[in-house]
Ligand binder design. Structure first.
Ligand SMILES: Cc1ncc(COP(=O)(O)O)c(C=O)c1O
Length: 389
């Protein structure tokens, strides 16, 4: 018998776990990474991957990121403008440490990536929520929130945003709103921390342009990651930002002490990119995840009772389901447990406590399990509503 895969989120036997948005371990590129590791460790300069790396990370990886940004986004960066990170979670923590001071007002979308709220909670800043709709963040509401924070004597420092294939809302910020957000950021000196983790996982057409690429001079700190396109366990991502912000972030004391935060993994990713196998792998992932999105959306359309609605994302990992009037996610949760379906209730993602939504990932399971999960969820909603009326 194969030993179980040890992961952060333990899946319960017999359950469909919609609570977790991890990539499916079955799609992780074990073979590609084995080959990359073999090539890397046979090179005459292999010891470099095991040494304290340059603070900014291995040059080969930074060159590869620069080349991809130039080709796909028209961004003319130098390798000294890319800082290799340990993934977006680490990068967000670092950016908050380096760019905020106690009492600063920071802004997040409602809803937002729930675990970013945990990273924010590690810092002595005041977190303010800004609503979003089907076209993404409400930029006028952000402007109002910035004004309120200033009125209360706060420094309005930064917005943490996931403008492309949002987790959990599944939407992308409309192009006009990207322009007005950039205009607001420039005018108010508000830093936009753009979490761009799902950019490559686009299912139809092109992903919308990154804020960072739309206006390279604007105060945008973009966080990119290989967690979703290669493997989360690698802990490799990157930060790019205009010079004055980049200078502050790359002077972080932890880097000075330890060098690149993921030197070995970053060298491994560089070796994989050099082999020219990354693009084909990403194409396969897009196809896999698009088929899973369709399977889950199709099953939900068939199974969910009237009064439920949901977004169908053009990329990323998540559907965002609105529950029927009168039913909260908190009320549904224990009923769903009895139906052996694990859920992430909306209030985890919403700093205003909104409890009318569920986040449903389609990344972790194949089509048949997603359809089974949708059936169990629909049965649980039916039962909870009967109990609620
Ligand atoms: C929006 C968002 N940001 C960051 C992360 C975590 O990224 P990383 O694994 O690179 O730390 C996730 C993973 O779920 C995510 O959805």
């Amino acid at each position: 018998m194969q030993p179980p895969v040890e992961t952060q989120n333990v899946l319960r036997d017999g359950f469909v776990e919609f609570a977790y948005g991890d990539p499916d371990p079955a799609v992780l590129p074990v073979e590609l990474l084995r080959e990359a590791a073999d090539r890397l460790l046979r090179r005459s300069d292999a010891a470099g991957a095991l040494a304290y790396g340059p603070d900014l990370g291995p040059r080969a990886l930074r060159d590869a990121i620069v080349a991809r940004s130039a080709e796909r986004e028209g961004l003319g960066l130098g390798a000294d403008q890319i800082l290799v990170s340990g993934g977006n979670s680490q990068a967000l923590g670092q950016v908050l440490t380096d760019l905020t001071r106690p009492g600063d007002a920071v802004f997040v979308e409602i809803p937002t990536y729930s675990l970013a709220l945990g990273v924010l909670a590690d810092h002595p800043v005041e977190v303010n929520g800004v609503p979003m709709d089907d076209a993404g963040l409400d930029v006028d509401a952000l402007e109002e929130a910035v004004r309120r924070a200033r009125g209360a004597g706060r420094r309005a420092r930064l917005l943490y945003t996931v403008p492309t294939f949002h987790n959990p809302a599944g939407v992308s910020l409309a192009l006009e709103r990207r322009e007005s957000l950039l205009e607001l950021a420039r005018r108010e000196g508000l830093i936009l921390v753009e979490d761009d983790v799902y950019r490559e996982l686009v299912f139809e057409g092109q992903a919308p342009p990154a804020l960072r690429a739309l206006d390279p001079e604007a105060p945008v700190v973009r966080l990119g990651s290989f967690a979703k396109t290669l493997a989360p366990g690698l802990r490799v991502g990157w930060i790019d930002a205009p010079p004055e912000l980049f200078e502050i972030v790359s002077a972080d004391g932890v880097l000075e002490s330890g060098g690149c935060v993921s030197q070995f993994s970053a060298s491994l990713v560089a070796a994989l990119l050099e082999a020219g196998v990354y693009d084909d792998h990403v194409v396969t992932l897009r196809r896999t995840y698009a088929a899973r999105r369709d399977a889950l959306a199709g099953a939900l359309r068939k199974e969910l009772p009237a009064g439920c609605s949901f977004t169908v994302p053009a990329g990323g990992f998540f559907l965002w389901v609105r529950l029927p009037r009168g039913l909260t996610a908190s009320k549904l949760l224990p009923v769903a447990e009895r139906h052996r379906v694990g859920l992430a209730p909306g209030h985890r993602f919403c700093i205003d406590g909104d409890d009318r939504h569920l986040r449903l990932p389609f990344s972790l399971y194949d089509a048949a399990s997603l359809a089974e999960g949708a059936r169990r969820l629909a049965a649980a909603i039916g039962e909870a509503m009967a109990g609620a009326s």
